[in-house]
Design a protein around this ligand. Structure first.
Ligand SMILES: O=C(O)C(=O)C[C@H](O)[C@H](O)COP(=O)(O)O
Length: 216
């Protein structure tokens, strides 16, 4: 009898278990990727979502994967199966999308790393549960109904668990994290535009530390 193949040690079992707060980063200059990721890790936020919103994103992801071993780097803003293949090649250890389609979901399910398809309605949650997916991104969290909406979903759909993202800040994050169906929250509040423009990595670390301290 053959032993079952064990998963690679660096593949996380779930995105929601990585950290209470996932910084969502938009990297314009690939040279910023490694110092930015180190600043977040130093502040206690090791799970980092690099959005595919800039031409530098794929190289930034690869640089973090190669040079910041304490980071768990994932890819966000995924819209196509081709992007899923590209980010996995660059070293992404988790996948996030703002919304989902059957085609995109199939690619994420085949990728061999955990993933969070984006949802904002009860019907999408039911459809994903039907397909065996229980962890999702709730996006855009504040605009789609915030904590009252997630509380309402928890009663009929307790098996679904979420990473709410979109419009969340240090003040609102704790009320999301207190919900039973929330595993972590995503956001950009620890990465203010002026700090990034000034490459003020010390400030990023300080804000990340504050975000990490919001954990239950
Ligand atoms: O890029 C994506 O795939 C997205 O889904 C959007 C991001 O999650 C939000 O832009 C988060 O940004 P804040 O609202 O500033 O927290």
């Amino acid at each position: 009898m053959h032993a079952a193949p064990s998963p690679a040690p660096d593949v996380p079992a779930s995105v929601l278990g990585l950290a209470p707060v996932i910084p969502v980063v938009v990297i314009q200059d690939v040279a910023d990727a490694v110092p930015l990721a180190r600043a977040l890790v130093d502040g206690g936020l090791p799970a980092i979502e690099v959005t595919l919103r800039t031409p530098a994103a794929l190289d930034a992801l690869a640089a973090i994967a190669a040079e910041v071993p304490d980071a768990v780097v994932g890819a966000g803003t995924l819209l196509t199966p081709e992007q899923v293949t590209a980010v996995c090649g660059a070293g992404a250890r988790f996948l996030v999308s703002p919304g989902w389609s059957p085609r995109l979901l199939a690619a994420m399910q085949d990728a061999g790393v955990p993933f969070l398809p984006g949802v904002s309605t009860a019907s999408e949650v039911v459809t994903l549960l039907e397909r065996g997916v229980t962890e999702m991104k709730f996006f855009p969290a504040e605009a789609a109904g915030g904590t009252p909406y997630l509380k309402s979903l928890a009663a009929p759909l307790p098996q679904a668990r979420f990473c709410p993202t979109g419009g969340i800040g240090a003040a609102s994050a704790p009320s999301y994290l207190a919900l039973p169906n929330v595993g972590c929250v995503g956001g950009t509040w620890m990465l203010p535009a002026d700090a990034l423009a000034a490459k003020d990595w010390g400030r990023v670390t300080e804000l990340a530390r504050g975000a990490a301290a919001l954990a239950r």
